[in-house]
Design a protein around this ligand. Structure first.
Ligand SMILES: NC(=O)c1ccc[n+]([C@@H]2O[C@H](COP(=O)([O-])OP(=O)(O)OC[C@H]3O[C@@H](n4cnc5c(N)ncnc54)[C@H](O)[C@@H]3O)[C@@H](O)[C@H]2O)c1
Length: 270
């Protein structure tokens, strides 16, 4: 029988942020497709729970605690992953989120955004979200001439959303750095692509999307009005695009690309 285009057997997938909502669904999807999954997260409880869930469903997964903002922490995780699961062939980078102190509001105008928080957003989304993991996991993939790196951008990377100014700028950087690396490693067997999720309820944005009583906020109404499908995405809906990009058989000539999974959000202006 021909091997499926979307079979990830014999792949070792490192999923950073897999304790969270989006990368968690992707980690489970990679495992279901046959990959051995290294669940990497800052939060041990969430990470351990994800790895256990994958194992309970018959997959192979192990949790590795790491802070993606720190190179040494990632290097330790890298060595532990190589020793116990084997050399990584897939890297899914999803550490990210918005520091609320950088959100522009009537009480927190643009000119008052604290520099410290602005920098923290860049450190989380661009440094931990792409730079350091690519510096730590990329060279091994290049040396073995096999790798697929998937970074998470945002609709706000393409056209900035109102209010989340530094998140948008950092995510625009995610697109740029990903394309730089795509070109850099294109002849060395390593592909680098991005996924642009639309709006998916997750831990880091729940307070922005829902009031304490669970009703949608005004912001949510605005998002739905701007989303042709008139709804949020479900984490599961990101998995197919991630497996496509991860699989060399499915997307071997695809690098420097961005796949939008956004219910049409970027397809319309008004
Ligand atoms: N949810 C959305 O609507 C949406 C839309 C566009 C982009 N994104 C992006 O998707 C990615 C995943 O976000 P999510 O919505 O699933 O959020 P989430 O908060 O559920 O998951 C983020 C995970 O990253 C982990 N993490 C944070 N900092 C880390 C660090 N320094 N080192 C290691 N792990 C760290 C957290 O512990 C958490 O488990 C982020 O980059 C986010 O910006 C989300």
């Amino acid at each position: 029988m021909a091997t499926s285009l979307f079979d990830l057997t014999n792949e070792v997938a490192v999923v950073i942020g897999a304790g969270g909502v989006l990368a968690g669904a992707v980690a489970e999807g990679f495992a279901e497709a046959g990959a051995k999954v290294a669940v990497v997260d800052l939060r041990p409880e969430a990470g351990e729970a994800r790895a256990k869930r994958i194992r309970d469903h018959g997959g192979t997964a192990q949790f590795f605690q790491a802070n993606a903002m720190e190179r040494d922490s990632l290097l330790r995780a890298h060595d532990a992953i190589v020793a116990s699961l084997g050399a990584p062939t897939i890297l899914f980078n999803a550490a990210g989120g918005n520091d609320p102190k950088t959100t522009v509001t009537p009480d927190n105008p643009f000119e008052a955004i604290p520099l410290e928080n602005w920098k923290r957003n860049f450190d989380l989304n661009l440094v931990a979200g792409v730079l350091l993991p690519c510096q730590v996991f990329g060279p091994g993939m290049v040396a073995r001439r096999k790798g697929s790196i998937i970074n998470i951008a945002s609709v706000s990377a393409h056209i900035p959303l109102s209010r989340v100014v530094s998140y948008s700028a950092a995510k625009a950087g995610v697109l740029s750095l990903s394309r730089f690396l795509a070109r850099e490693w294109a002849t060395q067997g390593v592909r680098v692509n991005t996924l642009t999720p639309g709006f998916f309820p997750a831990d880091q944005n729940r307070a922005l999307l829902f009031n304490a009583d669970g009703s949608p906020t005004d912001r949510t109404q605005q998002i739905w009005n701007h989303t042709p499908m008139r709804r949020f995405g479900e984490a599961q809906e990101l998995v197919g695009a991630a497996i496509f990009l991860a699989s060399g058989r499915a997307s071997g000539f695809v690098t420097g690309a961005d796949i939008r999974v956004d219910g049409g959000f970027l397809a319309q202006t008004i």
